[in-house]
Design a protein around this ligand. Sequence first.
Ligand SMILES: NC(=O)c1ccc[n+]([C@@H]2O[C@H](COP(=O)([O-])OP(=O)(O)OC[C@H]3O[C@@H](n4cnc5c(N)ncnc54)[C@H](OP(=O)(O)O)[C@@H]3O)[C@@H](O)[C@H]2O)c1
Length: 323
Amino acid sequence: MAECHTGQKRILVTGGSGLVGRAIQHVINEEGGGKEGEQWSFLSSKDANLMNKEETQAVFQKHKPTHVIHLAAMVGGLFKNMRVNLDFWRNNIYINDNVLQAAHDVAAVKVVSCLSTCIFPDKTTYPINETMIHNGPPHQSNFGYSYAKRMIDVYNRAYVEQNGRSYTSVIPTNVFGPHDNFNIEDGHVLPGLIHKAYIAQKEEKPLVVWGSGSPRRQFIYSLDLARLILWVVREYNEVEPIILSVGEEEEVSIKEAAEAVVRALDFKGEVVYDTDKSDGQFKKTASNEKLMRYLPDFPFTPFDKALKDTCDWFVANYDDARK
Ligand SMILES: NC(=O)c1ccc[n+]([C@@H]2O[C@H](COP(=O)([O-])OP(=O)(O)OC[C@H]3O[C@@H](n4cnc5c(N)ncnc54)[C@H](OP(=O)(O)O)[C@@H]3O)[C@@H](O)[C@H]2O)c1
């Protein structure tokens, strides 16, 4: 667990060792993104297993946070989700119930939790926006994760209504960046492609992209997301979730993402598409109109630059990277 700054706001980040948590650590510790009067603490599963109620209560009693950024979750890509939907449902329900109640028990004034655009209804109109979360069943591939995440919004409204607390949530699109999970079987599409291209390059074999390459995704760089989450914890006062995403026009196909990885790693081999593998949801185009109303000039890092920085980080940290 890492700590810095002293003062009256004690901000506790669950999942502080993950992709998004490490990005927040970077912004606070390396970019001077912390403010006077803020004390930051970042938890990993080594500090407490948040599926366990007693351990969660103990770690919250120890830190007595005034503010909580709740990132900890069982997270995985399409193929892991399809294998263990039950685990995604149960583990995330336990974690969320324990964390939100422990925050209440120590009288934390604000909790910001993390949803995802992949929890929205499968059959929907586009672009999706914050009002549509509960409008229909999620995609069959990840229903366990999706329903568990949707329940955070239910918790938030109930904590606000019954206890007058400031609980809210953010909805990022696909996140990528340094410290991602680059596991090919269980990780998300972009880190998986980066890892596969890295190996294919070394072994002088083709890069095999799973699926047709036609599904479309919006990607957000973890450091951009971290900066936005800091703004949410300090300034955003609605219980309703807010989508944290690049614009709809920034959506790319998996094929375009694979080509960007090829450029970033200077991969020279052939790229082939394994259409026997599932494509997952075709698209989940999200509107960032609400975010743009609050922060019209937010400077998103260009996709190619963020991808290049991520690939460079992966190559430089290959031995220690999660994979
Ligand atoms: N990655 C994406 O594309 C994406 C997109 C939308 C939303 N989100 C959401 O963003 C949040 C952060 O995701 P991420 O990508 O940063 O995930 P990640 O890299 O997989 O990190 C997960 C974090 O949760 C912690 N954690 C998991 N199980 C735990 C447990 N039982 N007890 C305590 N800590 C536990 C992990 O601790 P250890 O390091 O000790 O294992 C780690 O710090 C999640 O809520 C996720 O649903 C992610």
